[in-house]
Design a protein around this ligand. Structure first.
Ligand code: BMA
Length: 330
């Protein structure tokens, strides 16, 4: 079988076959949501969260809104990436010397393994929303690193390997509030500390109204023989506020600021009750994906209605065909 995904085998990827009669390129897990209201004593809602393979099982970093309403990161482990044991307390961040280095608020984590470390990128408070960066080897000790970019910025996403000898970070410059604009940019670094050579990757707009107001990178890009496949969220405005959907884009493998193909229509938009009704209605917000090169299976983890965590599935080749055949690059 041809292998489109470049990466490590993940034979235990969570999976459910496409329902009979479904013509969509992505389909939802029938057990959604996998995390419901009040999933642990200290959190009212766990949603935009990130998972990764870990020691033959899985580990994750979870955005949990505590019962004072404040967004915080918790860690968790799972045998099957569906049933999660979330730690009772928030992640206790330390600095490089092991001294406490707590966050004020922290949300929308992304998680990626590079050279033995799991890196966590999140939306951090640095006198305003900015990009936070930290790492762990064991999901027990979590060490903060310098903030890569200044406020205001959100949706930081690291690539899973260096490209042309540099670490790459996607981000979405924003404002101090609920940001009525937003495009995706790429920055590079030789050492994960000094960031520069910023480039614009893609803007909101085009034919697709679902991505007309703002966009932001989603899960860590998937390396494929066709380029980097990146899921991203797109936002439109209605008389009842923002609606968050998601699509995907294929970026050039050596120059990922170049967009090769991009979904004109969304892949997933809020439809199910757990997506349309919740703390913030009408939100599907992807933050993580698992994938298996041997079978071409992809599982996307997304926050639903800022309340629940849910999963959607796809096959990589069907996704790529769909993006190519329904592409609008502008
Ligand atoms: C964005 C972020 C996300 C959230 C979304 C919808 O600005 O705050 O965490 O899911 O809004 O409320």
């Amino acid at each position: 079988m041809k292998k489109t995904i470049i990466g490590e085998t993940l034979g235990n990827i969570p999976w459910e076959d496409k329902p009979f009669g479904c013509n969509d390129v992505m389909w939802r897990y029938s057990g959604n949501p996998i995390l419901d209201w009040n999933p642990i004593p200290k959190a009212a809602r766990i949603f935009n969260s990130a998972v990764a393979p870990f020691n033959g099982k899985f580990a994750g970093v979870f955005r949990a809104d505590q019962k004072n309403g404040r967004a915080t990161l918790f860690s968790g482990t799972s045998e099957d990436a569906i049933n999660w044991n979330i730690g009772p307390e928030p992640i206790q961040w330390v600095d490089e010397n092991g001294n406490p280095h707590p966050t004020s608020y922290a949300y929308d984590p992304r998680l990626v393994k590079i050279d033995g470390f799991f890196y966590i990128v999140w939306c951090d408070d640095m006198g305003g929303a900015s990009i936070g960066l930290g790492r762990t080897r064991d999901f027990k000790t979590f060490t903060r690193m310098p903030n890569p970019l200044m406020p205001f910025n959100r949706n930081g996403v690291l690539f899973p390997r260096k490209v042309n000898g540099k670490y790459l970070l996607l981000s979405r410059p924003s404002d101090s509030g609920h940001t009525p604009f937003g495009n995706i940019y790429l920055s590079e670094s030789p050492d994960l500390v000094h960031w520069g050579n910023h480039k614009l990757v893609m803007k909101n707009g085009g034919q697709g109204w679902w991505q007309g107001v703002k966009i932001g990178a989603g899960p860590v890009p998937i390396e494929t023989t066709e380029g980097w496949l990146l899921f991203y969220h797109g936002v439109s405005t209605t008389c009842n506020g923002f609606v968050y959907s998601f699509g995907a884009v294929i970026l050039d493998i050596d120059q990922p600021d170049i967009v090769l193909y991009r979904t004109r229509d969304y892949l997933l938009t809020p439809e199910k009750i757990y997506e349309t009704v919740g703390f913030v209605p009408n939100v599907v917000f992807p933050c993580s994906n698992l994938y298996d090169p041997d079978t071409g299976r992809v599982a996307v983890y997304y926050g639903a209605a800022d309340t629940y965590t849910a999963i959607a599935f796809a096959y990589i080749d069907e996704l790529i065909d769909y993006i190519k055949n329904n592409s609008e690059v502008f």
